[in-house]
Design a protein around this ligand. Structure first.
Ligand SMILES: [Zn+2]
Length: 274
């Protein structure tokens, strides 16, 4: 039984000058590779079900699926709802067994962000579930541009809501396919000095490995969300597997070939942060 909520895992990581990988799950193959990699590195891991994952598989299936893996793992595993937007889906996630939720009010004006985040904290904490909030807006490569986090707004949101972790916008961008993000490390430091809770960076696939490591080792960032980088490994390994054996057709035979490349890439991601 090693299912954990976000708060103690990130608190412990920050104390030890480490950061925890928040890994985007799209299916069971991701779960097995990610948990095996975390166990091999003897590090906790955060399994995240985001909007894309939820559009494909119902929350009521995802919750028990992630919990099943967490309860059998030898390291702490956080079952996390990534980018929740409505109270209803937060409640559904808690009901389905998630141990941590993100409420993303970052597109709303500050007062409305504080209002919805505060409501989620009160619902989630009663159930022993942690909450990640977001202030500023982390953009999406090629589509929506970012709005940097203002330190005074971060302070207000954290103090008025009691969130357990805060996602900020400091040059990080979702869905980057190369590591070209330039992080405003001074801004991260400034925010970190002003707020009590750990900081999260989304879009970490776009952040160079040495920058992730520096931010983890300095205790400034405690959670890095990583999706694209590992989806690229999955996609390229799938392409190679099919090209290498034109007769291969069985779904399970194909997917079993992807486990080792995904496991190896995930180990690299996790070990860089410890
Ligand atoms: Zn995100």
């Amino acid at each position: 039984m090693t299912i954990a909520s976000l708060e103690p895992v990130l608190f412990h990581a920050r104390q030890n000058r480490q950061a925890i990988a928040g890994l985007v799950v799209l299916g069971w193959e991701d779960v097995t590779a990610f948990v095996a990699a975390a166990e091999a590195e003897n590090m906790p891991v955060i399994l995240q079900a985001g909007p894309g994952c939820r559009a494909h598989t119902p929350l009521s299936i995802l919750g028990p699926m992630l919990r099943y893996a967490a309860e059998r793992a030898s390291v702490p595993v956080v079952c996390h709802l990534d980018h929740g937007y409505e109270i209803k889906e937060i409640e559904e996630a808690i009901e389905a067994g998630f141990s941590s939720v993100m409420i993303d009010g970052s597109k709303k004006p500050l007062s409305q962000n504080i209002e919805i985040t505060g409501r989620v904290v009160s619902i989630a904490h009663k159930a022993g579930v942690s909450v990640e909030g977001e202030i500023g807006f982390v953009g999406y490569a090629g589509t929506k541009s970012s709005k940097g986090t203002k330190p005074n707004e971060a302070v207000k949101l954290v103090e008025e809501t009691g969130v357990d972790a805060l996602a900020i916008s400091a040059g990080n961008i979702h869905l980057q396919t190369d590591s070209s993000a330039i992080i405003d490390e001074k801004l991260v430091q400034k925010i970190s000095q002003k707020i009590a809770c750990p900081i999260v960076l989304h879009g970490a696939s776009g952040i160079p490995y040495q920058v992730r490591r520096r931010l983890a080792k300095s205790g400034l960032v405690s959670k890095f969300n990583i999706g694209t980088e590992l989806r690229q490994v999955f996609g390229s390994s799938l392409r190679d597997t099919l090209a290498n054996d034109p007769d291969l057709f069985d779904r399970l035979a194909i997917l079993s070939e992807l486990h080792t490349p995904l496991f190896d890439a995930t180990r690299k991601v996790i070990s860089n942060l410890k």
